[in-house]
Design a protein around this ligand. Structure first.
Ligand code: DC
Length: 219
């Protein structure tokens, strides 16, 4: 028997991370934030090659290999500079290829004997786990997502200007959606959620209902 897998994909600050984490807690599944892998890669390029604006695929691949468990815990992974760099390295086919196995292994053998796995990202339902049991795609109006990100940054004690965050988010959306490998698109069989007018509780309830109904219809 294979362990159940839930794929949660979507745009930045759409609420997919909060949703995926909560579903994982509710269902007793292990959770992997795959964006952190791209953030860690971006962060390592900034640490290893601070003076270079033009990171090549080969250098980015070296950065993947230099990621340690400590890198994954570094709060700087959430910094704006790392965020923008993460989106650039995430468009590189060699970087994506180097990170596939780790993600598929997590889905196949979730750690600590968890009953299933939830992965969130951009290409989980389309590339990493195309046979996932449930696929959820989360999006929201870009203005609302920018406002959520500003709130998050201010709560962390960082500076945040709405117009700047909005512009960065638009750039990142465009890069994530237009890249040639694994672009951000909903899987054909994904449950699409627009969280523009939904709070975290409503999104959680809707996703849980979708999962339960599908499980019932499959049983
Ligand atoms: O979800 P996030 O904001 O932490 O993701 C950081 C960057 O990594 C974002 O620009 C998209 C990219 N990413 C990706 O290309 N594929 C994934 N599965 C997860 C994230």
């Amino acid at each position: 028997m294979t362990t159940p897998v839930i794929a949660v994909d979507g745009t930045a600050a759409s609420g997919k991370g909060t949703l995926a984490r909560r579903l994982a807690r509710e269902l007793g599944y292990a959770y992997l934030d795959t964006g952190l892998l791209y953030r860690a890669t971006g962060f390592m390029t900034l640490s290893l090659y601070p003076a270079r604006e033009d990171i090549t695929e080969e250098l980015a691949l070296e950065a993947v290999q230099a990621i340690s468990p400590e890198t994954m815990e570094n709060p700087a992974l959430r910094d704006e500079e790392t965020t923008q760099r993460a989106s650039k390295v995430a468009a590189m086919p060699l970087v994506r290829a180097a990170l596939i196995e780790q993600q598929r292994n997590f889905a196949k053998n979730p750690p600590e004997g968890a009953g299933g796995a939830i992965l969130d990202g951009r290409d989980i339902g389309t590339v990493i786990c195309p046979n996932a049991d449930h696929k959820i795609y989360v999006d929201a109006d870009v203005e609302i997502r920018a406002a959520r990100r500003v709130k998050e940054l201010l709560e962390r004690g960082d500076e945040a200007i709405h117009a700047r965050v909005l512009q960065d988010m638009r750039e990142r959306d465009a890069r994530d959606s237009s890249r040639s490998v694994a672009p951000l698109v909903p899987a054909d069989d994904a449950f699409i959620m627009d969280t523009t007018r939904m709070d975290a509780n409503a999104a959680f309830a809707a996703a849980l209902e979708f999962i339960s109904k599908r499980n019932e219809s499959k049983a």
